[in-house]
Write a new protein. Structure first.
Length: 339
């Protein structure tokens, strides 16, 4: 099968497509004929050798999320899964390939009416957005800032906050992202401008913010924390700037501000539940995954380069082979984007 193999750490060019042996499902595993693979910012960090969990062993096939059809099951796995269209995490590697292994008890069937590419777009970002949003306890009428609002997680946080009745301001950079954020029901502010924080307050109706979702870090996240009211919340979910926000813990404590975020990963059962909830919300029209770009599997290096250059909109996927129509069946896509 064709896969993308990484034999060294470095720039996007270390991702090279080559033929390898098909994986064989072991006990409790399934083999998925992959149609789409998810690409994440964390995967670019791992490739560079600067991932959050240290350097993994090499060589390896990157990719932690796929969607496709189950074509084989290992010992002890439910044979009823054969032929089922699913999304699944892969345990941290193996996703950038024509076939990938996953734990049978962790695959999530794609609901009828939901396009497979939308389900893959929600696999990681959907569960993350739901977890962050639940922690923040956003209430109707609250003033909410979402940074990196045109990204995969940010665009979903905007939609969840709008659906909850909050007054939402999405911050990003550039006219293309502005159009997207406004289409999701939020006001837009370009945080590359010096007056961006004043514009956020004006767009939110004046005064201080109740909640800030910080997906940028650095000076942007630091400024957002300073704009919160006493008793507010800041949720840390990314560092697109390349650095964490500088937070004065004593000051936050004195103002009664809660710091939330992805400090501990949910267990397998909770992860499975969150993915299922994200897919259901998509079928109900509450969430619309934004897929800004789809690269062929052989262009995984270009996908990584685009993410690192902050040239992407919404979610980035890899399309595997020419089996898309056969796998998606009659599912209708809701994604908004170009290829």
């Amino acid at each position: 099968m064709l896969s993308v193999v990484m034999e060294e750490f470095g720039g996007p060019e270390v991702l090279r497509a080559r033929q390898v042996e098909d994986p064989v499902p072991g006990p409790g595993q399934v083999l998925i004929d992959v149609t789409y693979a998810s690409v994440t910012f964390v995967e670019t960090q791992v490739r560079s050798g600067n991932g959050p969990f240290g350097r993994p062993s090499l060589p390896r096939v990157p990719g932690n999320g796929v969607g496709g059809r189950v074509v084989a099951v290992g010992e002890g796995a439910d044979s009823a899964l054969l032929g089922t269209v699913v999304v699944a995490t892969t345990g941290g590697e193996g996703g950038y390939a024509e076939r990938a292994l996953a734990r049978a008890d962790e695959v999530v069937p794609v609901p009828p009416g939901l396009a497979l590419r939308d389900a893959v777009a929600l696999l990681a970002d959907g569960r993350t957005a739901l977890l962050l949003f639940r922690q923040a306890e956003v209430q109707p009428g609250e003033k909410v800032l979402v940074e990196a609002a045109a990204g995969g997680v940010g665009s979903l946080l905007v939609q969840l906050a709008v659906h909850a009745g909050a007054r939402v301001v999405g911050a990003a950079r550039g006219d293309r992202k502005a159009e997207l954020v406004v289409s999701l029901g939020a006001s837009y502010v370009d945080y590359s401008r010096e007056s961006w924080l004043r514009q956020v307050r004006e767009a939110a109706g004046g005064g201080e913010l109740d909640v800030a979702f910080d997906g940028v870090g650095g000076a942007i996240g630091t400024a957002a924390a300073g704009a919160l009211r006493a008793g507010g919340r800041i949720s840390l979910y990314g560092m697109a700037s390349g650095a964490d926000a500088t937070l004065d813990e004593d000051d936050l404590a004195a103002r009664g501000i809660r710091t939330l975020g992805l400090f501990a990963a949910p267990g397998p059962a909770e992860t499975h539940r969150l993915i299922g909830q994200a897919l259901r919300l998509a079928t109900e029209g509450v969430l619309r995954p934004v897929i800004g770009q789809v690269f062929p599997l052989t262009a995984a290096a270009k996908a990584h380069a685009a993410i690192e250059a902050r040239a992407t909109l919404g979610k980035t996927l890899l399309a595997v082979g020419d089996r898309e129509a056969a796998t998606e069946g009659s599912a209708s896509g809701t994604a908004n984007g170009d290829r």
